[in-house]
Design a protein around this ligand. Structure first.
Ligand code: PFF
Length: 447
C-alpha cells in the first residue's frame, strides 16, 4: 500500500474516527429540529427504519469501495472505470463536503460562542446573538481555522485519541440531562410527541427529509466513508464496524431528542422553531437547574468537539482529493481549501438577521424565497446532494463495479458476510436506488 496515505492505527481508531465524523451537530442540533418540524414520532420511526435498511447497507458499499482501491471518491471511481463520466459523481461528493462545511462551520461557531455565553450566565437572546455579524464571522473563521490545523497534520493521530476520551463524557452528560429533563412538569407531553407515532403525518416530503437526515447523520452520500475506508486495513471487519458506527450515531440522536422534547413541552416552547431549537431550549433548561452554568459550559464544549470531529472529516474529503489527484502536498493545500470554504460560507453566516439580503430572500422566485441562505444550503447540500450522491454511488457499486467484486472486498475481514451477500446485493442494486429515486422525484412535486 501507499505509505504516504497513512492508515488508522487500530480497529478502534477507525471506529472512533468514523463515529466521530458521524456524531456531531447532525445528531444534537439538526435531528431534534427536523423531528420538530416534521411532526415528531412518525418521523423518528421512519428515520430509524431508513438508517437500518438503507444507511447501513449503503455504508458497507462506500467502505468497501474505499478500502478496495485506497483513494478519495474521485480517484476510487477513476481506478475502476478510467476516463468515464462517473468520476463527476465523486467530484460532486467533494463539492458536497465543501458545501456542508460552509454552513456547518457557521453553526459550529455558534456552539463555541455559546460556551462563553453560558460561562457569563447569559442564557437568552439567541436571535440577537446570531444576527451580530462580526462575532458570528469571527467564530466561524476560528472554527474553520482549528479544523484546518488538525487536517494539516493528517487524520491518524490526534482525532483518534481525543474522541476516545470525550465521546464517553458526552454520553454521560446526555444521560444526566435526559433524567433531569424528564422530571420537569409537563415533560410527558414531549415524550408523547417524540415517541408515539401518528402515521397520518407521513408524506413524501417528510420521507425525503428523514432519508436525507439519515445520510447526513451517518456521513453518507458524499464519499466520506470511501475516504475513511481507504485508510482501513484488509483485516478490519467492515460489517461490524459499520454497525457500531450506526448504533452509536443513532443512540446519540435519539438521546438528544429525549432531552429536547420533554424540556420543550415543559417550558411551553414550540417544536417547530427550526435551527434555533436547541440553542433556545437547552440554555433555558440550564438556566433553571442547579449548577446550570457549569453544565451549560461543559455541554457546549463537548458539542463543539463533536462538531470538530465532523468538520475535520468534511474537510478531509476535498483535501484527500487534491492530495491524491493533483499530488499537492497536504500541508500546502489545506489552507487554500479552508479559505475557499470560509468564503462560500459567508452568506450563510450573515443570513440569520445580520444582512437582510441573505436573510429575507424575497428577491428570489417564490419557490425559493423562504427561508434563509443557511437553511437553503442545509437542504441543498445536506439533504438533496447527499441523497443524490448515494443514489449514484449505489448504482455505481451495484452495476458498474459490481456486487460480486464489492462482496469479495467486504468478505475480507467479515467471513460470515458470504451468507448474506445476496440480500445485500439486492439492496444495493434495486431497493436502495429505487427508494431514493422515488423520494427525490417528490422534490419536483410529482406526488
Ligand atoms: N455526520 C455529521 C453530523 O451528523 O454532524 C455531518 C457530516 C459529516 C455529514 C461528514 C457528512 C459528512 F461527510
Amino acid at each position: 500500500m501507499d505509505v504516504q496515505r497513512g492508515q488508522w492505527s487500530s480497529r478502534m481508531g477507525f471506529i472512533f474516527a468514523a463515529a466521530g465524523s458521524a456524531i456531531g451537530l447532525g445528531n444534537i442540533w439538526r435531528f431534534p429540529y427536523v423531528v420538530g418540524e416534521n411532526g415528531g414520532a412518525a418521523f423518528v420511526l421512519l428515520y430509524v427504519v431508513f438508517v437500518v435498511v438503507i444507511g447501513l447497507p449503503y455504508m458497507f458499499a462506500e467502505l468497501a469501495l474505499g478500502r478496495s482501491v485506497q483513494r478519495n471518491p474521485v480517484g476510487s471511481i477513476e481506478a475502476i472505470v478510467p476516463g468515464s463520466w462517473w468520476k463527476w459523481v465523486g467530484f460532486l461528493g467533494v463539492l458536497t463536503g465543501v458545501g456542508i462545511l460552509s454552513f456547518y462551520g457557521v453553526v459550529a461557531g455558534w456552539t463555541v460562542g455559546y460556551i462563553f455565553k453560558m460561562a457569563m450566565g447569559n442564557f437568552t437572546d439567541f436571535t440577537s446573538f446570531i444576527a451580530n455579524p462580526w462575532p458570528v464571522l469571527g467564530l466561524f473563521a476560528l472554527f474553520i481555522f482549528i479544523t484546518a490545523s488538525i487536517v494539516y497534520g493528517g487524520v491518524e493521530g490526534g482525532i483518534e485519541r481525543w474522541s476516545k476520551i470525550l465521546m464517553p463524557v458526552l454520553l454521560v452528560l446526555l444521560l444526566g440531562l435526559i433524567i433531569y429533563a424528564n422530571t420537569l412538569d409537563g415533560a410527558s407531553r414531549g415524550l408523547t410527541f417524540y415517541l408515539k407515532p401518528d402515521f397520518s403525518k407521513i408524506n413524501g416530503s417528510i420521507a425525503l427529509q428523514a432519508l436525507g437526515q439519515a445520510f447526513f447523520s451517518l456521513s453518507l452520500g458524499m464519499g466520506l466513508m470511501i475516504t475513511y475506508g481507504s485508510y482501513l486495513s484488509k483485516e478490519e471487519n467492515i460489517i461490524t464496524s459499520g454497525i457500531y458506527i450506526g448504533l452509536f450515531d443513532t443512540a446519540i440522536a435519539i438521546m438528544a431528542g429525549l432531552i429536547i422534547f420533554p424540556a420543550l413541552f415543559a417550558m411551553g416552547e414550540s417544536p417547530t422553531a427550526g435551527p434555533a431549537l436547541v440553542f433556545v431550549v437547552l440554555p433555558k433548561l440550564f438556566a433553571n437547574m442547579p449548577g446550570g452554568v457549569l453544565i451549560g459550559v461543559l455541554f457546549f464544549i463537548l458539542l463543539s468537539i463533536a462538531a470538530l470531529t465532523s468538520t475535520i472529516s468534511l474537510l478531509e474529503v476535498p483535501v484527500a482529493y487534491l492530495v491524491d489527484e493533483f499530488k499537492f502536498p497536504r500541508k500546502k493545500i489545506v489552507w487554500p481549501a479552508a479559505l475557499f470554504t470560509f468564503i462560500i460560507g459567508i452568506p450563510s453566516a450573515l443570513s440569520q438577521g445580520a444582512v437582510d439580503f441573505f436573510t429575507n430572500l424575497g428577491w428570489l422566485p417564490r419557490a425559493l424565497s423562504a427561508p434563509d441562505v443557511l437553511s437553503h444550503m442545509s437542504f441543498l447540500w445536506g439533504t438533496f446532494s447527499l441523497a443524490f450522491g448515494a443514489l449514484m454511488l449505489s448504482i455505481f457499486v451495484g452495476w458498474v463495479w459490481g456486487t460480486d467484486k464489492a462482496s469479495n472486498e467486504i468478505v475480507q475481514g467479515s467471513p460470515f458476510f458470504i451468507k448474506t451477500k445476496f440480500i445485500w446485493a439486492f439492496m444495493i442494486r434495486y431497493f436502495i436506488p429505487v427508494v431514493i429515486f422515488i423520494l427525490l422525484l417528490n422534490i419536483f412535486g410529482l406526488f
